[in-house]
Design a binder for this molecule. Structure first.
Ligand code: NAP
Length: 373
């Protein structure tokens, strides 16, 4: 029978979810987790997982309570099941079991195979009143990046492009600086801080010589991935000259000299097989999972983004629509007559916002191909 939750229980778990979201830029590839401790409906402490490798939410909240006797018979609200294994932190379950909680509320199960319901089982076996599923959908939605990564064993993929109102990512001659307005550039760097990895194609490196870092926003810069199937790029670009963050050079033929040059700056070469002049995307996903890239941001250009769309290999598409109409330009490669074989993709608009003079549209890919009537 579905549990009935009181207004107070719902309010407190909502607070825990708000706290969890504060880990958006720091926790990945770990999940975002929030914790609230309440006594008779009154909040006595709070915590969240701030940085990858740092204290877990429940430990932060418990540590904050000076008078430990206050914890007895209080309620523990967790947005994610407590961990039972030694990771970068000791298992939270060991600390939780030492306190006589009135109730332990857990919104969602941890799909990490090292946990996977084990935390809930242990607490129930200990005789704790564990109440599961309070705002479960919201808690799962909050961590869709983490759940995609753990369950599908591939990164959660966000495609992002700034486009003119008539759909071009760049002028015909390849220059695209700047379609986006100042505020959108800052927003783009915030997006980078949410991701573990950022990927662009060869021509974007050649045309824009980008750094792909989070210079305009205080946050962790993602690891950089450059696709250059035919080893055409020289290494005189910022993504190779800068020592950090690490750059992974994705190609199909090993070039020992280039690999040695890359290694001097701490960068690495990834060799993948190719099929139909394209790198094998499945192999790429496997490699990214191996490198703990839970969230990949694909920032262009049009050809690179199109390859992910052609494979329906993305979860979110972000378009920054800029108030320009370009006479001619470079768009998404799949926007051409010949691509009739590809099924129509349906998207769900999940968010839109005005940033300066630009309109940001955030879409979620609906997995079922769409049949127009
Ligand atoms: N408005 C924006 O948001 C935005 C963002 C980024 C870039 N840009 C602009 O877009 C332009 C570049 O875009 P573009 O579409 O011409 O080129 P691109 O996507 O940057 O690079 C395409 C090249 O990358 C390699 N590549 C990419 N994906 C591949 C895959 N899956 N398998 C194998 N190789 C792959 C291929 O190189 P090979 O041909 O060697 O195989 C391909 O020709 C530039 O003008 C840049 O300024 C705009």
């Amino acid at each position: 029978m579905k549990e009935k939750w009181s207004i107070v229980e719902l309010k407190i778990m909502r607070r825990a979810l708000v706290l969890a979201r504060k880990g958006l830029y720091g926790a990945h590839p770990n999940p975002m987790v929030g914790c609230v401790i309440a006594k008779n409906g009154r909040i006595i402490s709070e915590g969240y997982h701030k940085e990858f490798g740092s204290l877990h939410a429940e430990i932060m909240a418990i540590n904050k309570v000076k008078d430990k006797s206050m914890l007895e018979d209080s309620d523990l609200f967790l947005t994610l099941e407590p961990c039972t294994h030694i990771g970068k932190q000791p298992p939270c379950i060991d600390t939780i079991r030492q306190i006589r909680w009135r109730n332990i509320y857990i919104a969602s199960e941890d799909c990490d195979k090292r946990v996977c319901g084990e935390g809930i089982k242990i607490l129930r076996k200990d005789g704790f009143s564990v109440r599961f599923g309070l705002l479960e959908e919201e808690a799962i939605n909050l961590n869709k990046v983490f759940f995609t990564f753990k369950i599908q064993k591939r990164p959660f993929i966000t495609l992002k492009a700034a486009v003119s109102t008539n759909g071009f990512l760049a002028w015909k001659d390849g220059h695209s600086k700047w379609l986006s307005c100042e505020k959108s550039l800052i927003e783009a760097h915030k997006l980078r801080a949410e991701a573990d990895g950022i990927l662009v194609g060869r021509e974007t490196v050649q045309n824009d010589n980008p750094e792909l870092t989070t210079r305009l926003f205080k946050g962790r810069s993602p690891k950089r991935f450059i696709i250059d199937r035919r080893n055409k790029l020289s290494l005189k670009y910022k993504v190779f000259e800068q020592k950090s963050p690490v750059t992974y050079y994705i190609t199909t033929k090993r070039n020992l000299h280039k690999e040695a040059q890359l290694a001097k700056n701490g960068h690495k070469m990834i060799i993948l097989n190719e099929s139909n002049n394209k790198i094998n995307m499945e192999e790429l996903m496997f490699k990214l999972h191996e490198l703990d890239i839970s969230h990949l941001l694909v920032e262009g250009g049009g050809k690179t983004i199109s390859e992910f769309i052609n494979n329906s290999l993305f979860d979110k598409l972000i378009l920054c629509v800029t108030p320009f109409i370009l006479p001619q330009g470079r768009g998404f490669a799949f926007f051409n007559e010949s691509n009739t074989s590809h099924p129509s993709l349906a998207l769900k608009l999940i968010f839109q916002k005005n940033i300066g003079q630009d309109l940001w549209l955030e879409y979620q890919l609906l997995k079922e191909p769409y049949e127009f009537a």
